[in-house]
Write a protein that binds this ligand. Structure first.
Ligand code: RP5
Length: 167
């Protein structure tokens, strides 16, 4: 268990059913060796716990929050309304609307309370973590090098796939 002062990113989820999607974010933070916590709270089912978490994050040394939620997803927005930390929202495809509900609920914030919204589902969770890495890399040379290496590796992967492509 990491001490609070060592945790840079908080991954928050509205339900344990969001974990399979949010594992994409966890994998990226592991890759970049960034310390994180995973916190379960719901804007609707546990509003008091969510408010307490949001108000305490900045004082705990957390730098970025990634909030994943599905359905009428208010988690990222409610957290953003109670902290000055950057909040990245990940809409999760949890209902028969396939995440469109969560996308709109997360993105359509009123002016004054920003949430950086990613794509629906696993790509969004992965990009949420990569966005957190980019924010942290602003003040960290080592992370900048890792990010550049990650981007080069993606391009190389495409070239290698081209070489193996059969049609
Ligand atoms: C949201 O409702 C959660 O973030 C989850 O995506 C969705 C469904 O939750 P469960 O009914 O699976 O717990 O608040």
């Amino acid at each position: 268990m990491k001490k609070d002062s060592e945790i840079l990113v908080s991954i928050v989820m509205g339900s344990d059913s969001d974990l399979p999607v949010m594992k994409e974010a966890i994998a990226i933070l592991d890759d970049f060796n960034i310390s994180y916590e995973v916190f379960l709270t719901s804007a609707h089912r546990s509003p008091g716990r969510t408010a307490k978490f949001a108000k305490e994050t900045a004082n705990r040394g957390i730098k970025v929050i990634i909030a994943g939620a599905g359905a009428a997803a208010h988690l990222a927005g409610v957290i953003a309304s109670q902290t000055i930390l950057p909040v990245i929202g990940v809409p999760i495809d949890a209902t028969s609307l396939n995440g469109l509900d969560a996308l709109l609920s997360t993105a359509q914030m009123p002016g004054g309370v920003p949430v950086a919204v990613m794509a629906i589902g696993k790509a969004g969770a992965k990009n949420g973590a990569l966005m957190a890495v980019r924010i942290l890399a602003l003040y960290n040379e080592d992370l900048r090098e890792k990010l550049n290496a990650y981007i080069k590796r993606m391009a190389k992967d495409i070239e290698e796939k081209q070489d193996k492509l059969e049609w």
